[in-house]
Write a protein that binds this ligand. Structure first.
Ligand code: NDP
Length: 369
């Protein structure tokens, strides 16, 4: 067994291994001790904002293999409130200044980074250096270079890294992937994908370039991009993008609305859009040679709906975050790479950078390596 795999398994399966060993000692063992229930992996959330509060913490309560073990927050009132609400001991509560001490805390197996985009890299790297596996929210970071540094740091520390691409665990999206891979409706021909919403508070970090790295594209356009990649199962070879800004004051620092076209090998085109200036774009549509499939709404937390040219899709609604966290816990327990790995985040970051490059160049087509 490799050192990597041994480390991954060390904390999680000690009891199972003990039983196996005892049983294998043969005549000296009369009865094998029953296995204790498998340990749940301890998650620490970094940044107790809207997503952590309304989705991730409630999602954690529904997981099979995870538990909310710790928190990292710069806000004293939140630390107090969360400690009481989730029964978190003082020793598992950190500030951004004390964060590195998490290294000495065996209760924490995974750090889940839920900070503004431009802080993901720093906290992912610090978490890996503290010996923790990392689940990092999307977008992974604000540039391909920063994303690559995160991958390198986790590799160096021998820790797993996954990106919060929750849709990749949802039955409706898994069906789009299946249709693309198994081709029951024939090969994919064309895709339309879009996600946007009308953003409120003009003072929020999402509208500040230094914290967000970009606007609608970085924040929610990335769902449409992901949709095109996992439905085709291919990597795009070039992109052409257009931007419009109807409110240059509010969107002084970041993009408001962007539409872009991706070309895939073999000739598939994907037309994609994103906006911070209106509600309603929330769709993933694929045309196949012999039919079509569509999710709308496609990227909401719940209430997804899907249909194909053959009829309505009928899949259970799942908690996206619970499913994503349980999958990551299983990856750690089994010592296998997540399908939403850091490398997957790097690939998206390169395409996002190419979309911005196309816009800067007056909508010239940009080749993707
Ligand atoms: P919020 O603004 O609601 O929360 C961010 C939290 O980060 C703050 O509450 C604060 O927590 C902490 N923070 C630390 N430094 C700063 C700073 N300088 N400015 C602002 N906040 C700071 O953001 P969200 O929870 O909506 O988003 C967090 C991340 O999650 C983003 O990367 C976003 O893209 C991603 N996201 C993913 C979604 C998904 O569906 N997968 C949906 C929504 C967001 P504290 O007070 O505890 O320090």
């Amino acid at each position: 067994m490799s050192e990597t795999r041994r480390n991954f398994l060390k904390t999680a399966t000690r009891t199972t291994l003990a039983v196996t060993f005892a049983a294998s000692t043969g005549p000296f063992v009369i009865t094998a001790r029953a296995a204790e229930p498998e340990k749940k992996l301890g998650f620490a959330l970094v940044g107790l904002g809207g997503l952590a509060t309304n989705q991730i913490a409630p999602g954690l309560q529904k997981t099979k293999h995870c538990r909310l073990a710790g928190i990292v927050s710069g806000t004293p009132e939140k630390r107090k409130k969360w400690a009481a609400q989730y029964n978190i001991p003082e020793k598992n509560i950190y500030t951004y200044e004390t964060f590195d001490q998490i290294k000495n805390n065996p209760d924490i197996d995974v750090v889940y980074v839920v900070l503004p985009n431009a802080m993901h890299g720093e906290y992912t790297i610090r978490a890996a250096q503290a010996g923790k596996h990392v689940l990092c929210e999307k977008p992974m970071e604000v540039s391909p270079e920063k994303c690559q540094q995160m991958v390198d740091a986790c590799k160096k520390a021998d820790r797993l890294l996954a990106i919060g691409y929750r849709c990749q665990f949802v039955p409706y999206h898994l069906e789009m992937m299946r249709l693309g891979r198994e081709k029951p409706l024939g090969p994919v021909k064309l895709i339309e994908a879009s996600f946007g919403f009308k953003i409120g508070d003009p003072t929020q970090w999402r509208l500040k370039h230094s914290l967000a790295g970009g606007g609608a594209l970085m924040d929610v356009g990335i769902y449409a991009l992901q949709g095109t990649r996992y439905t085709t199962g291919q990597e795009p070879i070039e992109v052409t993008a257009f931007e419009t800004k109807t409110d240059p004051v509010k969107f002084k620092e970041v993009d408001e609305s962007i539409f872009w076209t991706l070309r895939f090998p073999g000739g598939v085109l994907a037309n994609c859009g994103t906006t911070y200036n209106s509600n309603g774009l929330n769709r993933l549509h694929a045309n196949f040679e012999n039919g079509w499939a569509q999710l709308d709404p496609a990227y909401s937390y719940d209430g997804l709906r899907g249909k194909t040219s053959k009829g309505q899709m009928d899949f259970p609604q799942v908690d996206h975050f619970a499913t994503e966290m349980d999958d990551f816990a299983q990856c750690i327990l089994q010592g296998k790479k997540s399908k939403v790995s850091g490398e997957e985040g790097v690939r998206d970051a390169k395409i996002l950078a190419a979309i911005y490059e196309s816009i800067r160049s007056g909508s010239k087509t940009v080749k993707l390596a």
